[in-house]
Design a protein around this ligand. Sequence first.
Ligand code: ZN
Length: 407
Amino acid sequence: MTYRKFNAGKLFTGSEMLDENFVLITEEDGTVQNIVPKPEAGDDIERFEGIISPGFVNCHCHLELSHMKGVIPEKTGIVDFLLRVMKERNFNTEGVQQAIEDAEEEMLHSGIVAVGDICNTTDTIFQKRKRNIYYHNFIEAIGFVEATAEKRFENSKEIFKQFASVYPLPLESNSIAPHAPYSVSEKLFQLIANFPGNQLLTVHNQESEEENEFLYAGTGDFLRLYKELGIDISFFQPKKKRSLEIYLHHFYPNQSLILVHDVVTNEEDLRELSVVSRQLSAETINPKPQTLNLFFCLCPNANEYITGKLPDVDLFIRKNCSVVIGTDSLASNHQLSILEELKTLQRKFPHLETKLLMQWATINGAYALQLDNAIGNFQPGKQPGIVWIDNIQGEKFTPESKSRRVL
Ligand SMILES: [Zn+2]
């Protein structure tokens, strides 16, 4: 059998940052054999300057919006951003498909091996059939008006069925997920939470303070969103609670939920969250030592693009939250690159260690998308993809750092 042997200034294993005295050995197809001390590795070692890492996991993307690159200007704020996506997303099929193909190519080359992808349409199926990247498809359900919940859910189920025909087994590669707390009715949340097989879910959470304000007090810029969309929301009763607390109780302890953005999530929200988790486990008929499994997905470049405000990253670290990374779509980002997200985090929060950031981008992402038995670290037998990051200074990224897939 032919082996490949990788040696670099730093070898990131998925959890540890090893120095240049170690060599990663894989089979020709990238299946990990072992990590050994350099003197035991023999000849034909490939040397890289910088960091060698397992492939990246992008926990939040909308591949179907790739044709919107550069269409919406930066810093519009959340409501105008949403309005413009809705009004300007339609485009000719050929252009949409070409943009999807190019965007996937960009992800592949920059080292992304798995994607949690939001789908409102079936536009991306043709590309996903090629199976270049692992996808978990989150078929998005949206509808704030209670009376339309059943119909909206049926629409999502139709799209779900078409994705399920591409990914016949295991069905866990697709699920139906709520868009956001301000755009999904209680009834629709319940239909989603109770859909058979819906174990892995995601939701846009607390992307802006306007979301908390709208749900808490029924005021603010979101009223303009619904007015401009011509949707009568006079039925809506403000909840006198912040966003996260309002909807989390809909989910079950055996479900896993990726909370995306979390820009205005604060200490109070996380305190409430442990209360909700305890209540959930107490309610289960067959109690297991299990609570709703939460992941916090940071998409810093999209936050910079839309509002310029970033989440309280240190809060999530202090509270031991499972953090993962997403690129969001090309409607709100200049590229689909996990390394560019990590560079932004390290630029804004210089004390963040590269090792921690890379754990978020690899093994944590693999856990979140339930692909940890295949990817996420260099455990023997896995085929996680091998990524090379260059232009490192010490252990820190530099503005010139680039990532590329080497196997
Ligand atoms: Zn999104």
